[in-house]
Design a protein around this ligand. Structure first.
Ligand code: BES
Ligand code: MN
Ligand code: ZN
Length: 497
């Protein structure tokens, strides 16, 4: 879908549909909605009066214009109360409207810069939200469908404004929205891709292509390199798989004068069966998405390479499968991570923290600071927060606050959980320095405390996306399947540094 900003009167532009809006409780439409209403002989006002259009958030009303205006259809999107309007509401409304219209089918759509009038939202912010909503809400993963889609696709969305001076800020918002949406779509594609197509080798190839396309440096460490670096935890997890593990490193250098390098680390489990501590078969297939953190980090690097902020960023993605096999690591085994700490394996399904142990130790070795890691780490986090908020943890409140704020800006909610020292008790092992599971209670926190052992005092935030990386249904700009969550948060975070 091509999204642009244009000047013109929406009632006179050629399109198959025009999207206008209405706030809840408004009796008489204003602004662009009023112009359309007038051209339609008061059809919208009449529907409001009859109670069919209420302006509730998520409400969609379609009116056929029967040649009264140039576009054949008007879609009135409810935005809820004016006081509660946020970019997230606009993103959601446009996403729902696009999914509704595309199956008509509709090819050309015109819309207004929602919220910039009475809603008080900045034109650039509005255009970015519209672009993200349209592109992400219309996303489908079709790589393995051999027949064409009967859903249809909107080819062009134009944001129309009568005010010439708004064109520049609107275009700027469209551009930023496009970069962030395309990166998020990359993360969704990569995470949705089945395990037999997205092995650690394939994931490394994706990173190499991103580096090639956007001028980043890419380095991929092989099993022999990991052995040399004593990455016993990552190697331990990889032992049950015939797929060679990869440690993927991407570097962006946008501030040559500064020595400061931000670290982004993402869990890259291309398939997590649980290993010898095998998972139940129901929904095990979803674990093809256990590299969503790694995908988010690689995708964020793509957007960073395109937006070129004045900052330095290094991304690290440890990638492997976790499978049971005659050679697989076993409960009871002891592994030694590259920082020298020994780990008793009490559950081979707690593998994410093991591969992250070596990745975080490596981030420390490189002197990266701050370090943000993104991981589908624990079912416990999903139990605690559901699919609405990712779990936030860390050892530096300033860094955590910045990540939460970057998330809020992207409409990706992060809820912080406590990291009291006492939680470390649960990870104590009788025979090694730590064990890889602290049990069921507080499982998301004890997992974060395990990671803390390896990032030590480097300023760090950990985001557990086990509950937010997948959606069971289409809702707003999220569609069923992998969500690409944290791509936009990470980019915001880097842009804000
Ligand atoms: N990848 C899973 C966590 C997960 C669960 C992500 C559901 C997305 C949806 C992780 O490797 C795992 O298996 N964690 C275990 C840890 C336990 C054995 C301590 C879990 O949460 O059950
Ligand atoms: Mn697991
Ligand atoms: Zn896992």
């Amino acid at each position: 879908m091509k999204i642009t900003a244009v000047t013109g009167d929406i009632t006179k532009l050629a399109a198959d549909a025009v999207i206008v809006n209405l706030f809840e409780g408004v009796k008489r439409p204003s602004g662009a909605t009023a112009a359309v209403d007038k051209a339609l002989g008061g059809a919208i006002a009449k529907l409001i009066k009859q109670g069919e259009i209420k302006g509730k958030r998520g409400e969609i009303t379609l009116i056929h214009t029967m040649d009264k205006i140039k576009p054949a259809r008007v879609l009135v999107a409810g935005l809820g109360s004016k006081e509660q309007l946020t970019p997230a509401v606009i993103r959601e409304a446009i996403a729902e409207a696009c999914r509704y219209l595309r199956k008509m089918p509709v090819k050309e759509v015109v819309t207004i810069a929602h919220g910039t009038g009475a809603g008080g939202i900045d034109a650039t912010v509005s255009a970015q939200a519209i672009t993200e909503g349209a592109m992400l809400g219309s996303y489908t993963f079709r790589w393995h469908k051999t027949k064409s889609d009967n859903n249809g696709e909107i080819e062009r969305l134009s944001i129309a404004t009568p005010e010439r001076q708004l064109l520049k800020p609107l275009k700027k918002g469209c551009e930023k929205g496009r970069v962030l949406a395309e990166a998020t779509i990359l993360a969704r594609d990569v995470a949705n891709e089945p395990g037999n197509f997205m092995t650690p080798t394939d994931l490394a190839a994706v990173a190499a292509k991103v580096a090639d396309d956007w001028g980043l440096e890419c380095e991929v460490f092989e099993r022999a390199d990991m052995e040399e670096m004593d990455m016993g935890a990552l190697l331990g997890v990889a032992r049950g798989s015939v797929q060679p593990p990869k440690l993927i490193v991407l570097k962006y250098r946008g501030d040559k004068r500064s020595k400061k390098i931000i670290g982004l680390v993402g869990k890259g489990l291309t398939f997590d069966s649980g290993g010898i501590s095998i998972k139940p078969s129901e929904k095990m297939g979803d674990m093809k998405g256990d590299m969503a953190g790694g995908a988010a980090v690689i995708a964020a690097m793509r957007a960073i390479g395109e937006l070129k902020p004045k900052a330095n960023v290094t991304a690290i993605v440890p990638a492997t499968e976790n499978l049971p096999d005659g050679n697989a690591y076993k409960p009871g085994d002891v592994l030694k991570a590259s920082n020298g700490k020994t780990i008793e394996v009490v559950n081979t399904d707690a593998e994410g923290r093991l591969i992250l142990a070596d990745a975080l130790s490596y981030a420390r070795k490189l002197g990266l600071s701050p370090v943000i890691d993104i991981a589908t780490l624990t079912g416990a986090c999903m139990v605690a927060l559901g699919d609405l908020c990712s779990g936030g943890f860390g050892n530096d409140q300033g860094v955590i606050d910045k990540v939460i704020a970057a998330g809020a800006d992207a409409g990706e909610r992060i809820w912080q959980l406590p990291m009291c020292d006492e939680y470390k008790e649960a990870n104590k092992s009788d025979i090694a320095d730590v064990k890889n599971s602290g049990g069921r209670y507080g499982g998301a926190i004890t997992a974060a405390q395990f990671l803390h052992e390896f990032i030590e005092d480097t300023p760090w935030a950990h985001i557990d996306i086990a509950g937010t990386s997948r959606s069971e249904k289409d809702k707003g700009y999220v569609v069923k399947g992998e969500t690409g969550v944290m791509v936009r948060t990470l980019v915001n975070f880097v842009l804000g540094m």
